[in-house]
Ligand binder design. Structure first.
Ligand code: SF4
Length: 418
């Protein structure tokens, strides 16, 4: 249902087409005497398996998010049945290594950059271990230039560049902040090299910063904004509402090419633990949203539905709020207990995870646990109804007109219409 609604469909398509930055980075760390090929697929098909087999690989590295991890396991099983060595990594595998070890010859836990050459060396010697775990977080100053050339010749709607990894906060529902280790930033000159490489592929590329919370540390971020602005490219990122109280960044944001920021407003009824300085009243957060948009940058306000305390009445209040809110776009998802999060541990401990919902239900659009104040079907149906109302043609057109008004003033976007 979500994918059929205007507004959601275009965002979903853009996400699906994002380059797999982790694999492109491992490609760059692979010694030059290895050949590297990249395969991307939304499903495991006979054609995909055959394409991989046709490459005669000595090692296959597979990464997948939680909602598609069962597909990844199926692919592992099929490739291993053909005699190939399969290594699994990524966020889900880092959170669930024992489960992943049932399907891969080896699993990589944590930052893959630290151990990747060990994996290849051991594979060459026929001594692949079951687990590889980084003993220290990867220093982003040592990040290689991702192998963007592996993406082929077709240009992408968006290209990913990582300027920081992790987040200093620890919101209960968020896995990225805990699984990725301490918050780290990448030196501006490395970011500039990546932007130059992308521009060589597509001079008009749009960049999605693969960060969890770009401006989390506050301050001016002059070097980052300098290098992004000098690229002349448009970019999008995720941050928290406090950007709206950071005049040093706001005054430069649009001129540096920033077009949109995704900001977690989270919930009208529940404050998750671990939010740190991000915790604030809705009124203060919405003032932050207005300040960002006054600076010419569209805010996608993210709301999580189904937190403890959610009821029909609170969902009705959110509906009324969203029919008149200032955000140029909104994202509505169901709270989802991803592996490795405090939320999952809490719900598991209290026996609230639904036994009949496997990882494939962790889509952000499916109820996966027993809500505390509603039935499972009740919450699902209220959420679906909310999506239908908020993303109907009227809501879509209202938010589009907010974006148009913003972007008519935007230095990089004056000719764009949506
Ligand atoms: S602020 Fe955002 S990135 Fe940081 S822990 Fe919270 S949800 Fe995760």
């Amino acid at each position: 249902m979500g994918m059929s609604l205007p507004g959601l469909r275009s965002r979903a398509n853009a996400i699906a087409a994002l380059p797999p930055l982790g694999l492109l980075t491992l490609g760059a760390l692979t010694p030059p005497d290895w050949d590297v090929t990249l395969h991307e697929s939304p499903a495991v098909t006979d054609d995909l398996v055959q394409e991989i087999l046709n490459d005669h690989p000595e090692v296959v590295a597979i990464s997948a998010l939680t909602a598609s991890i069962l597909d990844a396991y199926e692919l592992c099983d099929r490739l291993r049945a053909e005699g190939l060595l399969v290594v699994l990594g990524g966020l889900h595998v880092t959170a669930c290594p024992e489960e992943a070890m049932l399907h891969g010859d080896a699993v990589v836990i944590g930052d893959g950059e630290v151990v990747w050459t060990d994996v290849l060396r051991d594979a060459e010697r026929g001594r692949l271990r079951e687990r590889y775990q980084n003993t220290r977080p990867f220093e982003l100053g040592a990040a290689p230039l991702p192998r963007y050339d592996l993406l082929g010749r077709a240009t992408r709607p968006r290209y990913t560049v990582q300027t920081s990894r992790g987040c200093p906060f620890a919101c209960e529902f968020c896995g990225a902040s805990r699984l990725l280790g301490a918050f780290r930033t990448k030196p501006a000159e490395r970011i500039g090299e990546e932007l130059d490489a992308i521009k060589a592929i597509d001079p008009h590329a749009t960049i999605e910063l693969a960060d969890d919370n770009t401006f989390a540390l506050g301050g001016a971020h002059d070097e980052l904004l300098d290098v992004l602005g000098a690229s002349g490219l448009k970019w999008f990122t995720e941050c928290d509402w406090r950007l709206g109280e950071n005049p040093q960044v706001l005054v430069r944001l649009a001129d540096a090419g920033c077009v949109q920021v995704l900001v977690g407003i989270e919930s009208l009824v529940h404050e998750a633990s671990g939010m740190g300085a991000k915790r604030a009243s809705i009124a203060r957060m919405m003032d932050g949203v207005r300040a960002i948009q006054d600076a010419g940058v569209c805010v996608i306000g993210c709301f999580i539905i189904g937190c403890d305390g959610e009821t029909h009445e609170s969902i009705d209040r959110l509906r009324a709020f969203l029919l008149d809110d200032p955000c140029g776009d909104v994202q509505l998802t169901l709270q989802t207990p991803f592996p490795g999060t405090g939320l999952r541990r809490r719900l598991e401990h209290s026996g609230r995870l639904l036994a009949d919902r496997d990882w494939s239900h962790h889509t952000l659009f499916d109820v996966t646990y027993q809500p505390d104040a509603m039935g499972v079907d009740e919450l699902q149906s209220a959420f679906n109804g909310l999506l239908g109302d908020v993303f109907d043609r009227v809501g879509h057109d209202r938010r589009r007109s907010i974006r148009r008004a913003l972007w008519e003033r935007h230095p990089s976007l004056r000719r764009e219409t949506t």
